[in-house]
Ligand binder design. Sequence first.
Ligand code: PAF
Length: 286
Amino acid sequence: MKILTTVQEVREKVKEWQGAGLRVGLVPTMGYLHEGHASLINKACSQNDRVIVSDFVNPIQFGPGEDLDAYPRDIEHDRKIAQDAGADCIFHPNADEMYGPNFSSFVDMTGLTEELCGKRRPVHFRGVCTVVSKLFNIVTPDMAYFGEKDAQQLAVIRHMVQDLNFAVKIIGCPIIREADGLAKSSRNAYLTLEERRAATILHAALSGAEDAMRGGECQVAVITGMIRNTIESQPLARVDYIEIVDSKSVQSVSDITADVLIAIAVYIGKIRLIDNFTWKVQAGGI
Ligand code: PAF
């Protein structure tokens, strides 16, 4: 499978496809692909004639002191996973190709981006919105696929597409988990064996909360307290945030009367992991 490295190559390829009336799907990633990404690619292949996976560790979505340099990279591993999942090509530019020497235009968003992860990672969503806008302009996909593990990112991108009139349909895809419940993430590769075992506490805490909600618990303070107690029972874990927010606006709620996102960020040792689930009031659960 071909790896395209320049914007021009991608434009030519997509022009050829779209000229032939083919529908094009885009799966934006930062590489180090796993089954979570493969599920996005599978979904994209089921809904499009051609699928491009972008594979680019986007420097501008990392803040000072974050893991930009350490972020795992392995393009040959990615090529295999993308090909096995059915993708047609990978767009793997270098940073100079994406951000020329005089780069100075950014896509920024207020509100949604200031909650949850945005409180801790002030430049993150500006970087995500900018690179995703560039990818939409380069690839001009009909549909683009994002994982629900990054629930806030998905909400931000949906909002940006609406605000800026991008002609792309955004598809959210469910979280893919390891057998023990840990949400798949490229950052899991950082965990030591002991930390990997400890990391199951995120899913355990969320499952406990979900059980309580199924049992009728609807007080935000009680549910967040339960999640905190479970996480704090694991010595290697440290809570960054536990938040219950309206699933659309991502604003905090005090009682659960509409659909909510229960989102957590937890340090396992030095590694920050996130997880979440959505509680749909109408359906009485997920
Ligand atoms: O979710 C990710 O991997 C990244 O934030 C994305 C959407 C590819 C933008 O760099």
